[in-house]
Design a protein. Structure first.
Length: 277
């Protein structure tokens, strides 16, 4: 648990050591995601409202507005990808004379690897989901049991994501890393990542509680609030992946991040070999 806390603290320190710098680095992605949410709220407000009331047998949302929601949703996902790339590159490359903006080829490669990773995680998570469904059937449908099962499943999914997702910071740097290589790289911390997954689950739960306490009545405003919450959750997870990649793959030391670069690198001669795309 001590090592998991050290990793988690390092990831948060990188984000909050200089909040204005963090915001400046990811600002293009924040504007992209929040802009997509704002467009969806303005142009597809009726569809958002209808989706909120679907359980009450409300009329189906207008088709044209559904298409707008889909387009804005895809734009938002691309914005999240941009945020991850910008943060990975800022931390791992530093900003001293380095252009952190990804080219179209790198951006496309990152998105493609994220899609492949999502498919692999889905297949790997199927046994977890089936086990949770079986456990739910055995324990009944009491709220307490369902909550506990949901928490266990969430921690398991986060652990799996931490084991497999080092391909993403690698892709942000233009390196090629397979899912199998990510699994092997995280093997030394396999048990530690369970505790780390618990800490991430706690953060996500707290953010979810905050979002539920402040629910705007307008569907568009609620979508923007949810998007902001997801941005924070995503940024914490991305910073955690950056920490793991720097520590496990590049062999960088943990510690409170000084001014850039946030890691203290070991000599290049003893770093693990990285393959470039």
């Amino acid at each position: 648990m001590i090592q998991a806390t050290a990793l988690f603290t390092h990831a948060l320190n990188m984000l909050f050591h200089a909040p204005s710098t963090t915001l400046r680095v990811i600002l293009p992605a924040v504007l992209w995601v929040m802009g997509a949410a704002a467009v969806a709220g303005v142009l597809a407000g009726d569809a958002l409202g209808a989706m909120d009331q679907v359980i009450d047998n409300a009329a189906p949302p207008p088709t044209d507005q559904l298409l707008i929601l889909i387009a804005c949703g895809l734009a938002g996902i691309l914005g999240y990808a941009l945020m991850a790339i910008l943060w990975h590159r800022y931390v791992l490359l530093g900003h001293g004379g380095t252009d952190l903006r990804p080219g179209a080829r790198l951006f496309g490669a990152y998105v493609w690897r994220a899609i492949v990773l999502g498919f692999v995680q889905f297949l790997a998570a199927l046994p977890i989901g089936l086990a949770m469904l079986l456990l739910g059937g055995l324990t009944g449908s009491s709220p307490a049991a369902l909550l506990l099962i949901g928490l266990v499943a969430g921690v398991a999914f986060l652990w799996l994501a931490l084991r497999l997702s080092l391909v993403l910071p690698a892709a942000a740097l233009g390196h090629v890393m397979s899912v199998r290589e990510s699994w092997r790289a995280t093997e030394p911390l396999a048990s530690t990542l369970w505790a780390l997954a618990v800490l991430l689950a706690v953060v996500n739960t707290l953010l979810g509680v905050i979002a539920s306490i402040l629910p705007p009545a307008d569907p568009g405003l609620r979508l923007m609030l949810d998007s902001a919450i997801y941005l924070i959750e995503g940024l914490v997870f991305v910073s955690m992946l950056t920490t793991l990649y720097g520590h496990l793959v590049e062999g960088r030391e943990l510690g409170y991040p000084p001014p850039p670069p946030p890691f203290q690198a070991i000599p290049p001669s003893i770093r693990p070999r990285a393959r470039r795309a």
